[in-house]
Design a binder for this molecule. Structure first.
Ligand SMILES: *[C@@H]1O[C@H](CO)[C@@H](O)[C@H](O)[C@H]1NC(C)=O
Ligand SMILES: *[C@@H]1O[C@H](CO)[C@@H](O)[C@H](O)[C@H]1NC(C)=O
Ligand SMILES: *[C@@H]1O[C@H](CO)[C@@H](O)[C@H](O)[C@H]1NC(C)=O
Ligand SMILES: *[C@@H]1O[C@H](CO)[C@@H](O)[C@H](O)[C@H]1NC(C)=O
Length: 397
């Protein structure tokens, strides 16, 4: 009898399919009880369930020391975060360079309007860095090797380093994700994509201290649309060529994005000298810039902090790249800068309908080109490639 009752209850629960971490696993929204164990217990149960299951973190503010939520799971799994989840503020409280990590999960959805708060203020000041290992590699929300996943209506703020880091993902959509960190927070990229395929980033708002979106090697078939960025360093492919054996970057479309007060608009950056690589089939289209320092940029002399041979040519080959309908205002006169490699000149580059104005001293607006002969169509303001690149260009970050 009791076995039958148990089976009956289990099946009712599986049908309902929702596991509340507070009601069922002892989580407390008191900023004192660590959410880690309740969340991991709920994950373990959900992941083992043969029926689709949703874990719910209700409204309230929680402290979470660290959690790695790992698959594979038996059925689709969802995490509905309604609450505000805070990381430990002190970087020394971390034993590993990660905070919330989703690993090897298929058919996964993260949603719910909640917040992941990295409490990065102390880390930005690099306080106590001499005493622990993770100052240059501090915790982030990691999405590692996820397949068929959706991240929707989630805020990630004040991460200690990159906000969202994707590695090895396939078919993943990030929609209505909000990233927010101070303009002067170091190395706080909004969303970093590496070695992933079929990534969509849709209607997402990013304010941060580094790249809003950065795209590393091995990224293929990405669609980025409706993103607002600023403050920040813009939407960047790269940097590439710093390491050996980097995989090609190909098939990236960035469209209908708005950048405001950023140091770059859309750019591709590869290190001066260093290792080979390829970047192809990249299309930037319908981009609005307001007060952006360098709106259109190919920088194959990327060499921040003088950590390379500035005179060496990049060994990364760029081809089949278009910049179409990019308009607005710049904060510096160099509004278009295509600095390609002398060893591997850029091939099949297109500039179509560029209309960017600059009002300030040191004007008028300039379009600088080197080792590239772009195909030019439509309106060009300023005139395309009107100015040679100076011998010692100012390094960008
Ligand atoms: C991609 O993932 C979504 C879930 O986010 C799923 O609905 C869709 O079927 C997947 N597409 C393919 C081709 O597997
Ligand atoms: C332009 O952006 C910079 C930050 O990059 C900001 O300091 C400045 O006030 C902005 N100017 C206008 C007119 O918005
Ligand atoms: C851009 O900077 C100006 C001046 O600092 C500020 O008024 C404006 O709100 C900023 N815009 C955004 C979207 O950050
Ligand atoms: C660039 O485009 C041309 C013509 O569209 C195509 O033949 C070539 O394979 C492409 N190159 C790369 C590296 O994708």
């Amino acid at each position: 009898m009791s076995i039958i009752l148990n089976l009956f209850l289990t099946s009712v629960e599986a049908q309902a399919g929702a596991l509340d971490v507070v009601a069922k696993f002892g989580a407390k929204a008191d900023l004192n009880t660590d959410l880690s164990k309740p969340l991991l217990d709920a994950w373990k149960e959900a992941c083992a369930s043969p029926a689709p299951t949703t874990i719910v973190i209700p409204k309230g503010t929680y402290l979470l020391s660290q959690a790695t939520l790992e698959g594979p799971c038996k059925a689709p799994i969802e995490l509905e975060v309604q609450g505000n989840i805070k990381a430990p503020a002190d970087p020394k409280d971390f034993k590993e360079p990660k905070w919330v990590s989703f690993l090897h999960v298929e058919n996964f959805k993260l949603f719910g309007g909640g917040v992941f708060d990295g409490q990065g203020t102390a880390a930005y000041k690099r306080e106590g860095c001499e005493k622990h290992d993770f100052c240059s590699n501090l915790p982030i929300v990691r999405l590692d090797f996820l397949t068929n996943a959706m991240i929707q209506d989630i805020t990630i703020r004040d991460s200690k380093q990159f906000h969202v880091n994707l590695l090895g993902c396939k078919n993943i959509t990030l929609e209505h994700v909000t990233v927010s960190a101070p303009e002067d927070s170091p190395n706080t990229d909004g969303i970093h994509i590496g070695r992933s395929e079929g990534v969509k980033i849709i209607n997402t708002d990013i304010k941060t201290g580094d790249d809003c979106i950065s795209i590393g090697d091995g990224s293929k078939n990405l669609d980025i649309t409706g993103v607002t960025c600023g403050p920040g360093h813009g939407i960047s492919i790269g940097s590439l060529g710093k390491f050996a054996n980097e995989e090609p970057v190909e098939g990236i479309k960035v469209s209908k994005c708005t950048l405001t007060n950023t140091s770059n608009g859309v750019r591709i950056k590869t290190w001066a000298g260093e290792f080979p690589g390829t970047v192809s089939d990249i299309h930037f289209e319908d981009i609005t810039v307001t007060n952006v320092s360098c709106p259109v940029l190919i920088d194959q002399k990327y060499c921040p902090w003088n950590k390379c041979k500035m005179n060496a040519e990049s060994n990364v080959k760029l081809s089949n790249i278009s910049f179409k309908n990019i308009h607005g205002t710049a904060a510096l006169p160099e509004v278009v800068k295509l600095v390609c490699s002398g060893t591997f000149p850029c091939e099949n580059i297109e500039l179509a309908d560029i209309d960017i104005t600059f009002n300030g001293p040191n004007g008028p607006a300039k379009s600088e080109c080197k080792n590239v002969k772009p195909k030019i169509t439509g309106k060009q303001n300023p005139a395309a490639c009107s100015t040679p690149v100076p011998e010692n260009p100012t390094p960008t970050v």
